[in-house]
Design a protein around this ligand. Sequence first.
Ligand code: 2X7
Ligand code: FE2
Length: 305
Amino acid sequence: MTLKPTGHILGGWLAPHPPHLVYAENPPQNEPRSRGGWEMLRWGYDHCRSKLKSQRPDAIIVHTPHWQTTVGHDVLAVKRLKGLSVDPIFPHLFRYRFDLQVDVDLAVSISDEARKIGLTSKPMTNPDFRVDYGTITSLHMMNPDWDIPIIALSSNNSPYFHDPKVAQEEMVKLGEATKVAIQKSGKRVVLAASNSLSHIHFSAEPNPDLPEDMSKEHVFSQAQYEWDVRMLNLMRVGDLHGMLALLPEFIDEAYAEVKAGGLVWMLSAMDFTTVPASVHAYGNVIGTGNAVVEWDLTKQMEVAP
Ligand code: 2X7
Ligand code: FE2
């Protein structure tokens, strides 16, 4: 009898999604044209691109704050999705024609495992679904070739309407469900938490005629910057317990976008690894703090990934 190999997570990425990053790249899928900008963050994503090329995972799973569901956690489960995604706040920067493949089997299995442990979840099967800019930006920056199937998880908006503590506890469960589904699938998977860190931003574009004017880009405040660095330093030394202990205060004081749950979901799926994270880039977008951060779980594997 041959045993099916156990699926596993190769690594996880904090993969921020300001649409400015796609705008600055000028890919053919995005209508608006730019003169570049935000290079530090974009170059940080190069590490992810080359890692994915060498790892060739079976799927990338992303949790996005810009597909909000009021009831439970939806999982994208349509084999191929094509359409136009427009950022509602920055339509002059992001009008992106997407064409992507979804790993429907794994998507359905994540949703099944989530329900088994008491979460509300369903596969999202609307063939005309307009994929949100958070999903598209993170995945485009990670893998602009779009040649790896993806899965997107919605963010339940309970942290914004009810209690952040309960919401983060749900994300721990969603991470567990994701891990079990991956193990059962036998697949090699990469995770992405599509989130900025500090999230207070300028209320108007500093230069509306040239959004990519880098002379106008800077941290929103020293306090916001110090919060980001404090959290990143804890990730860099592998102290996730220290980082998680500070998370509620970070969310409150820096309006951190991780409130939406993607980071906790991802870390839970990775068993709150003690592997030190690599911070490949940090940069500001309209004042928000963003970092491209990698947890390479192959470092702790006994056998070759
Ligand atoms: O969604 C975003 C974000 N998280 C940060 C900065 C700018 C725009 O959009
Ligand atoms: Fe965002």
